[in-house]
Design a protein around this ligand. Structure first.
Ligand code: HPA
Length: 237
């Protein structure tokens, strides 16, 4: 069933087996402009840009997910199910829940805890923790080691809400579930990969810290985020 309602490519071969997914379409464009050669754009529906190119001669795609589980839920499902994508590596920002994760540190999400109904509504899955794909995680850990980029391998919180009335709730989520940081997409991505028999991982860079109240500026982020991009790009084949 291609094209899909949200991806206009009429040819599966236009999309590589591995897709790197930042949230922001302009970050997808930044990755492509900075790192890829032989680039062809395969999607611009809703400005959710998708591109395929080569990284050091190896093929890889980059497509934005938008923000939140409903959005990444749509794009990752269509890529896995209708475009035969095998691996999706989300790269995003997160808010640290503990001073142990510092601004610009890179976190690989071992698994994601969420209070969201996404998995229950999608397939009836009642659990509240979903793992990233261990083999894909292992590859990313190896690439990070080879590149000399330190990473935390931890549980994260995937939240439906960015602005909570009770700001201090994060302390309980950290203590009760062991989530070291919060973002808004991984739980849905991991769930889709699981139900469709595909692979998903999530690399995050700490853009703010709820415990220390530190924040980064948008210019600082653009540069600091290249570490996690370089790790993910090594998945090119
Ligand atoms: N909450 C949710 N998602 C985020 C945050 C946050 O504080 N920071 C970066 N992504």
């Amino acid at each position: 069933m291609i094209p899909t309602p949200h991806i206009e490519s009429k040819n599966k071969d236009e999309i590589a087996k591995t897709v790197i997914m930042p949230g922001d379409p302009l970050r997808a464009k930044f990755i492509v402009d900075t790192f890829l050669a032989d680039v062809k754009q395969f999607n611009k529906v809703r400005n959710v840009f998708g591109y395929t190119g080569t990284y050091r001669g190896r093929r890889i795609s980059v497509m934005a997910s938008g923000m939140g589980m409903p959005s990444i839920g749509i794009y990752s499902y269509e890529l896995y199910k209708f475009y035969d994508v095998e691996n999706i590596v989300r790269i995003g920002s997160c808010g640290g829940y503990t001073p142990e994760v510092k601004l610009y540190d890179v976190i690989l999400a071992k698994d994601a805890w969420s209070e969201s109904s996404y998995a229950k509504v999608q397939s009836g899955y009642e659990g509240d923790i979903i793992e990233g794909t261990p083999e894909l995680n292992r590859s990313l850990i190896n690439y990070a080691n080879e590149l000399g980029i330190p990473i935390h391998i931890e549980r994260i919180h995937t939240s439906d809400v960015f602005y909570r009335e009770n700001f201090d709730e994060y302390k309980e989520i950290y203590e009760k579930y062991g989530c070291v940081a919060v973002e808004m997409e991984a739980f849905a991505l991991f769930h889709n990969a699981k139900v469709l028999g595909r692979n998903a991982s999530c690399l995050l860079t700490v853009s703010d810290n709820l415990a220390t109240k530190e924040i980064t500026t948008s210019e600082e982020r653009q540069n600091a985020f290249t570490n996690m991009m370089k790790i993910a790009l090594e998945m090119a084949e």
